[in-house]
Design a protein around this ligand. Structure first.
Ligand code: AMP
Ligand code: MG
Length: 298
């Protein structure tokens, strides 16, 4: 990737990065309708197209080197567009190099384990991109908004009483530092949707028969806790945006912006790993020449 392109992307994604150590108030600091200078859907689509090509190129390097892995953490409220973002942004990437892991309410077996274990078990291998559709951050989001989950998780009473969120932020930061030291880059994306746009998208799901399957009454119930979630997000950003794994808050009211921004953040994060395009050794070149000769002589 040329220096100009690198600089352009760095400038484009900078406003979305949560500065490590800063105190965040989501509603004041990030606008879900921000357009990043892209006024037309058409321009967003062409930006996304370029982004997809670049990302595919970088994913090939990641796979060829086989030394690093990328964990993409995708968090958002319902209807923010997580699934569509995965589908569109990953559309140009070799499917063999990507896996998507979705996390739901923990199963009985998972609740018999410490809370980070199930996330550890579904990490990507070196050379792969693993997308966490929801992630370990649910443990300080839905669980914080509904603390009765801590009882379901069978956390001992003493651990529940003492600074449970502070401890979880700390454990998560350290876990991500450990991953990063081991060659696994954690890229954290929050799709930031407004309450009004969520209302519109829920109504669409109800009004359009082909979208009915996406609607769930549980999502509507969760909407009642909107303000509690906004607070939990603000706390999460304030405590878990780190130098080794910063958060990005991506505007989600316009899907074409979301997707273009996400593609560029992923490309830039892989680029930062400093992976070289695969080189061919002298020995390999000899092997290729010999093979060529053999095939030509058949
Ligand atoms: P969806 O992704 O829309 O299929 O919904 C999955 C549901 O699982 C969401 O309501 C999440 O809040 C919930 N969920 C995911 N992880 C956890 C967790 N660790 N504890 C409790 N609920 C969770
Ligand atoms: Mg849902």
């Amino acid at each position: 990737m040329g220096d100009d392109m690198t600089r352009r992307i760095a400038r484009f994604i900078e406003p979305f990065r949560v500065t490590p150590g800063s105190r965040v108030t989501l509603a004041e600091d990030f606008d879900p309708a921000f357009k990043a200078g892209i006024e037309k859907k058409k321009d967003g689509a062409s930006l996304l197209n370029d982004g997809i090509t670049l990302l595919s190129d970088h994913q090939q390097r990641l796979a060829a080197q086989g030394t690093h892995g990328v964990v993409v953490v995708l968090q958002a409220l319902d209807a923010a567009g997580k699934d569509g973002t995965i589908r569109h942004v990953m559309s140009g990437v070799n499917p063999q190099g990507v896996r998507v892991e979705s996390f739901k309410v923990p199963s009985g077996r998972e609740r018999d384990q410490d809370y980070l274990r199930r996330y550890q078990e579904r990490l990507p291998a070196r050379g792969e991109i693993g997308i966490f559709n929801r992630s370990h951050y649910e443990e300080v989001l839905v669980v914080r908004v509904h603390p009765e989950h801590l009882v379901d998780e069978k956390l001992p009473a003493a651990s529940r009483r003492h600074h449970v969120w502070k401890h979880r932020y700390h454990a998560i930061n350290e876990w991500e530092r450990y991953l990063s030291d081991n060659g696994f880059r954690v890229v954290k994306l929050f799709l930031n949707l407004s309450k009004e746009e969520q209302r519109r998208r829920f109504l669409r799901r109800i009004d359009l028969p082909e979208h009915n399957w996406k609607f769930s009454a549980a999502d509507l119930r969760e909407r009642r806790y909107w303000d509690d979630y906004q607070d939990a997000f603000s706390e999460m950003f304030s405590h878990t945006s780190t130098d080794w794994a910063p958060w990005y808050v991506v505007p989600a009211d316009n899907k074409w912006i979301t997707r273009a921004v996400v593609a560029d953040i992923l490309t830039s994060s892989i680029r930062d790993l400093g992976l070289e395009a695969p080189k061919v050794s002298k020995e390999k070149k000899r092997e290729l020449a010999a093979a060529r000769k053999q095939l030509l002589s058949e």
